[in-house]
Design a protein around this ligand. Structure first.
Ligand code: BG6
Length: 498
């Protein structure tokens, strides 16, 4: 492992993301020994004028593990908080960043070592509008200056732009200041345990290899649902909508991992080369293949205009034009304010040809569709992989039911803590592993897919259908799903005619 001083600078330190995700992730890394307090410092930077202690107090509540926290745990939190310093300044202020650099330099070699390599990680938990100026300031004033080596890296959060042009512009501006190897575009879904498992599942199992294609797979569904609305972030959300917020990044990344060819190796470049090829093979999205929704009451938020056309729900079908996937619909579905919180992937296989279990006598049973094999990968909550299989109903009769081969993580890996996505990804940035980060050409290809549709929505040419909060979303979405060939397998059973 690399040694030398490690400074992690959190820009936007007083914001929501930093408080809810980034600081807790850093704390977990610290607890597990990944942030050596002899080498590491954390700096918060933001406009708000507060003291070190005020910042520490603001984030403490998100670190303490609930009411029953032991003295030891509280002690651990306090020790971690002592690693944090705060610098206030605006995002385009030379003085602010000069001061930040001074603070970093002052602490860098103040502990055991007087000199050494300097590692500086800048995490931009900020709106993209300030990325260019912040990057410029970092470039001008805050880079690693040690003669003994080290690095400077920046982590940027989505949204990376609003469409192809704005994203390319942003990429060009940042690209002038930093090499691609220094830029970590975070998509936290790539840090989720079961997303990281996708390549293993696909490429380390003989079971799946021969079946993973258009000859066997009927359709693929990637679903994200949340049971709350845009509470408190209506202003942000309204500018972006569900497609930019969830589908263009989180769900599309999952699509890539499901659809990509086997990479030459697990090196970040080989993996990302294959992902780019998938993205470039996605056909333009037709309006008939899209169903948008907006939940009732969405515009009650004072930061959302009354006539907002922003979708809070979307179902759409993507087609991948290549030898493996031609004709297989990839259904992407995401929604806020629905009846449950869940993210899952459903890969549904074609029905068995020449089905001998189909009932040929009774009209009722005849109409029943054959149970389909399905692999379900549940990312959250309760991580699980299960395969729906048809088996004989136990008992004297010869009838069939659908059952599951079930790998539920909580049961199978009882006692194993699954790391938070952010924790894992921040560790990757410290280690210099870009595998789970979005490369510039990948980002561009992702925007190319959605930009025409997004512009049609922005212009009001495609409109969302209202749906009731707490519902499954607009009913029309199910019709789209059915048209795409998805067969509901839940509760399937076949009983022979008497
Ligand atoms: C973020 C979106 O990227 O992901 C949010 O901006 C969304 O709108 C969140 O709530 C969901 O993340 P998770 O990890 O809770 O599924």
């Amino acid at each position: 492992a690399e040694t030398g001083s490690l400074s992690i600078v959190l820009l936007g330190a007083s914001g929501d993301l930093a408080k809810k995700k980034t600081f807790p992730a850093l704390f977990n890394l610290y607890r597990q020994g990944f942030l050596n307090p002899d080498e590491g410092h954390i700096f918060g930077y933001a406009r708000t004028k507060i003291s070190d202690d005020e910042l520490r107090n603001r984030i403490r509540g998100n670190l303490v593990p609930g009411k029953g926290a032991s003295g030891e745990q509280l002690e651990e939190v306090s020790k971690f908080l002592q690693l944090i310093r705060y610098v206030s300044g605006s995002y385009d202020s030379e003085e602010g960043f000069q001061l930040l650099d001074k603070e970093i330099s002052k602490h860098e070699f103040s502990k055991n070592t007087k000199e050494g390599s300097s590692r500086r990680l800048f995490y931009l938990a900020l709106p993209p509008s300030v990325y260019p100026s912040v990057c410029k300031m970092i470039r001008n004033y805050c880079m690693n200056k040690s003669d003994l080596g080290g690095w400077t890296r920046i982590v940027v959060e989505k949204p990376f732009g609003k469409d192809l042009d704005s994203s390319e512009q942003l990429s060009a501006q940042i690209g002038e200041l930093f090499d691609e190897q220094q830029i970590y575009r975070i998509d936290h879904y790539l840090g989720k345990e079961l997303v990281q498992n996708l390549l293993v599942l696909r490429f380390a199992n003989r079971f799946f290899l021969p079946l993973w294609n258009r000859d066997n797979i009927d359709n693929v569904q990637i679903v994200f649902r949340e049971d709350f609305g845009t509470e408190g972030r209506g202003g942000y959300f309204d500018e972006y909508g569900i497609i930019r917020d969830i589908i263009q990044n989180h769900l599309l990344q999952i699509l890539c991992l499901i659809a990509m060819e086997k990479p030459i190796s697990l090196t970040p470049e080989h993996i990302r080369d294959e992902k780019v090829k998938v993205l470039q093979s996605v056909l333009p999205i037709e309006d008939e293949e899209v169903l948008l929704g907006q939940y009732d009451g969405y515009t009650d938020d004072p930061t959302v205009p009354d006539n907002s056309n922003t979708p809070t729900f979307a179902t759409m079908i993507l087609q991948i034009h290549n030898e493996r996937w031609e004709g297989v619909p990839f259904i992407l579905k995401a929604g806020k304010a629905l009846n449950s919180r869940k993210a899952e992937i459903r890969i549904q296989f074609k029905t068995v040809p020449g089905d001998i279990f189909k009932c040929m006598v009774s009209d009722l049973l005849f109409s029943q569709k054959q149970g389909r094999n399905e692999i379900v990968i549940r990312l959250q909550p309760s991580e699980a992989i299960y395969m729906k299989v048809t088996v004989k109903q136990p008992g004297l009769e010869m009838s069939t039911i659908q059952s599951e081969l079930d790998l539920s993580y909580q049961q199978r890996y009882h006692g194993v803590t699954i790391p938070e996505a952010y924790e894992r990804l921040i560790l990757d940035t410290i280690r210099g592993d870009q595998q789970h980060f979005v490369r510039r050409d990948e980002l561009k290809a992702a925007w190319e897919i959605f930009t025409p549709l997004l512009h049609r929505i922005d212009n009001g040419e495609v409109k969302p259908i209202p749906y009731r909060p707490g519902s499954r979303g607009p009913e029309e979405a199910d019709q789209l799903l059915e048209r795409a060939g998805y067969v509901l397998t839940h509760g399937y059973s076949w009983v022979p005619p008497t």
